[in-house]
Ligand binder design. Structure first.
Ligand code: ATP
Length: 268
């Protein structure tokens, strides 16, 4: 069932090496997320609050989920990936029960990273919140996060949203999502790294200039670049089928695909 999947940590290990570019964000995660998580006593001595959650925000498709997964990999922690919509249930009390089961599972699987995507669906200001999200679920969530009543040590709570302005201030109070981190669209270097990574997994003619493509894809998210490489793959597959052999992806295929793929982060 859906709940069984949610209670199962992901097994595929991803680390920062799998995240193209974004060096500044990685450094921030290392300093502000991983170190407090791994050395809580040091931070406590300096009167820093331990526990609570960190909110990742930025345009869609720019690596928030990937970074959360890689953070778990860097900490050798179990990774629980929960989209808020996965826990919403029409039956009374069911959403709360699922949420509690997920937190409990994470607490018994430490070290664990518990990642909540689409946080605004739960933590939205009233006008943004889905009707299905009850006040009960919100208070259940806040009490599960509460470090005074719950022993969440060893559980790192990360949230993500594309619409940070829709997140209710109550969720940003101390002990809740009290630290925020902007995950920007990939810069030229990050785009080059993402493009190389995507092409590495596919047959190419070995003469593709990833840096040149990175230079032509300003405003593209990681998801947009995936779309671009998939379109280029389609071009190469077409050519392969026409020729009866395997035609690898070439620069020309990518440039042709570029005519049809548009950046999505510029409107954000
Ligand atoms: P959403 O807000 O829509 O949930 P997101 O910010 O969580 O999106 P991801 O799902 O992490 O974005 O990324 C979208 C896709 O782009 C993924 O397949 C991811 O692997 C890829 N991607 C994004 N950024 C990078 C990056 N810096 N390096 C490698 N791949 C990336």
């Amino acid at each position: 069932s859906e709940l069984a999947r949610l209670l199962h940590p992901e097994t595929k290990t991803v680390t920062f090496a799998n995240v193209g570019g974004l060096n500044d964000v990685k450094k921030q995660i290392e300093r502000r997320i991983i170190m407090p998580f791994q050395k809580p006593s040091l931070f406590q001595r300096f009167k820093k609050r331990v526990g609570g959650g960190i909110l990742l925000y930025g345009p869609p498709g720019c690596g928030k989920t990937l970074l959360a997964r890689a953070t778990a990999g860097e900490c050798k922690a179990a990774f629980f990936n929960v989209a808020i919509h996965d826990i919403l249930d029409m039956y009374i009390g069911e959403s709360e029960r699922k949420l509690h089961a997920i937190f409990d599972k994470a607490r018994s699987s430490t070290p664990a990273v518990l990642f909540f995507d689409e946080l605004e669906a739960l933590a939205g200001k009233r006008q943004h919140t889905r009707e299905a999200t009850s006040a009960k679920l919100v208070s259940q969530f806040l009490s599960e996060m509460d470090g005074f009543t719950q022993n969440n040590s060893g559980v790192l709570i990360l949230g993500a949203t594309n619409v940070p302005w829709a997140v209710d201030a109550a969720f940003r109070r101390p002990g809740r999502f009290d630290r925020v981190l902007f995950v920007p669209p990939p810069d030229q270097e990050a785009r080059g790294a993402i493009i190389r990574q995507l092409l590495d997994a596919r047959p190419t003619d070995g003469a593709i200039d990833a840096d040149a493509i990175a230079g032509k894809t300003s405003g593209f998210s990681g998801a947009d670049l995936e779309h671009l490489v998939e379109m280029a793959s389609d071009e190469a597959i077409e050519a392969s089928l026409d020729s009866g052999g395997e035609v690898p992806i070439s620069q020309r295929h990518v440039l042709t695909a570029l005519r049809d793929v548009k950046p999505t982060t510029l409107e954000w």
